[in-house]
Design a protein around this ligand. Sequence first.
Ligand code: THU
Length: 132
Amino acid sequence: MSQTPDSQYTELLSTAIEARQKAYAPYSKFLVGAALLTKNGTVFTGCNVENTSYGLCICAERTAICKAVSEGHQEFEAIAVAAHPLASPCGACRQFIVEFGKKITVISVDAEDTSKSKQWTSEELIPENFKF
Ligand code: THU
């Protein structure tokens, strides 16, 4: 885990912070944005989308990944996640990210104070992840 995100991802962090504005989180009020960078340089955004049936809530990271995959992208370089306070991806999202590669860069940033961030590889976040 590293505390300073690589400078090449500064724009990706800003995109995740912007995507957070679209979050639909009337129950938890916890807004999350994500920005997923594909290996060919395309960026897909995501936000959390909650539901009155709480178990149906979907996280920002999985929204972004589903958008990318459904548009034909499966090779990912990095994903930025913005929340306040800073939050690392949940277990389900960790498994979802590592599905697409062990070396995907994952960066969490505090949406209201970008000096607070953490960076990992997808594998660091979920060692011994499930494999079929
Ligand atoms: N959430 C995310 O969007 N990503 C995570 O990695 C953790 C949690 C969302 C789900 C829910 O809408 C809210 O944050 C509170 O759990």
